[in-house]
Design a protein around this ligand. Structure first.
Ligand code: SF4
Length: 370
């Protein structure tokens, strides 16, 4: 078993670009946690091996009180075995972090904190409707270190309308000098149903031109590689030895369990989606609160290509043969054509996209899936 994901679908307010399932109705939190504990217990027989990673994601898990965290941790440790070197992450928002909270996380066994910082430029943070300031973001890192948690990661966003090259440069430089181990950097996307999507369609904001996105991506890589970070996945950089074990397991298509409304699970054969509604999740926890899709060999084959080509290491040809030999025979021609065009490389039985070409990865992956 690779990992256990617990979704905490609450936010104090919604950021304009976000399409994750979460609500600002914080009064549901007690009932939701009790229901998640039930789901954790219900699913204990799905897992035979020890759990290697736990991830409290959101939403905003830093809204959990000590009682909530203890309820979840107790349910996990009572019903599952975990490895001795478990990676246990909590996602936090800078405006929720106090030394008292950080000490609670430490006491609960949490050993990795991922902070949604997004930018060190206050004007950009306001555009994204984030609740914190740049100064707060930097203070939070110090607070978490004082609590004794040293494995800290942050998220950044680029491709933001109106964000200057200077602003992005400053944010990445700042990030590269902080005592953190991991940086995830995502391009802003315009997801249907978000306020940002509306603003774009009403003509109030415009997507940044590709040339600017490419420049910002190059800036990101140059600064972080110079600072000693490894670019191990399209959107992820880590100091040596600090790649996220939890996310790496997703990209390696290892099985995981997702607990809570809207959480996904995967066991190598099927995918499962929990219902994306707190009311229905709580109300139907003893009945039918999820859907399952059994994956065909072609789907498994394509999923392997899509996830592995996002990583520096790439995929193993023998893994694809093992998934389905007939698919593999059909696919080999596609692979060699892409290799001839210089889109993909093959070395020591691994196929991969050179990191210089990762900006083209969506196009390259389309050329390679069946
Ligand atoms: S980005 Fe994070 S804090 Fe903002 S709405 Fe989405 S889940 Fe909530």
């Amino acid at each position: 078993m690779a990992g256990m994901y617990i979704h905490i679908p609450f936010c104090k307010s919604r950021c304009i670009y976000c399409d994750f399932y979460s609500t600002t109705y914080l009064h549901y939190i007690d009932d939701l946690i009790k229901t998640e504990v039930k789901e954790i217990i219900q699913r204990k027989n799905e897992v035979l091996e020890p759990i290697e990673t736990i991830y409290f994601g959101g939403g905003t898990p830093s809204l959990l009180t000590e009682k909530h965290i203890n309820q979840l941790v107790e349910a996990l440790l009572t019903n599952y075995s975990v490895t001795s070197d478990i990676e246990f992450t909590i996602e936090v928002n800078p405006d929720d972090v106090t030394i008292e909270q950080a000490l609670i996380w430490k006491k609960a066994g949490i050993n990795r904190v991922s902070i949604g910082i997004q930018s060190f430029d206050d004007a950009v943070l306001q555009f994204l409707s984030r609740r914190h300031s740049s100064v707060q973001a930097q203070d939070v890192i110090d607070t978490i270190l004082r609590a004794g948690i040293t494995n800290i990661g942050i998220d950044l966003i680029y491709g933001i309308p109106g964000m200057s090259a200077q602003s992005w440069n400053m944010s990445v430089m700042k990030a590269s000098t902080l005592p953190i181990k991991h940086i995830s950097a995502y391009h802003l996307t315009y997801e249907r149903g978000t306020p940002l999507y509306q603003l774009k369609h009403q003509g109030y904001v415009q997507e940044v031109p590709d040339e600017i996105s490419i420049e910002q991506y190059k800036t990101l890589r140059n600064i972080l590689l110079t600072a000693g970070f490894e670019h191990y996945e399209i959107s992820n950089f880590a100091l040596p030895g600090y790649a996220s074990k939890h996310n790496s397991a997703y990209w390696a298509a290892k099985p995981y369990i997702g607990i809570g409304p809207s959480a996904h699970s995967y066991n190598g054969v099927s995918r499962r989606w929990n219902i994306a509604s707190i009311d229905d999740y709580i109300g139907k926890i003893n009945e039918n609160y999820y859907e399952i899709e059994y994956l065909t060999p072609v789907q498994r084959f394509n999923e392997y290509i899509m996830t592995r080509l996002r990583t520096q290491k790439g995929g193993l040809l023998s893994d694809l043969k093992n998934i389905d030999n007939d698919c593999f025979s059909k696919w080999e021609k596609q692979l060699h054509l892409a290799q001839k065009k210089g889109l993909v490389s093959i070395e020591n039985e691994y196929f991969f996209i050179d990191s210089q070409q990762w900006l083209l990865s969506d196009y390259i992956i389309l050329q390679l899936i069946l």
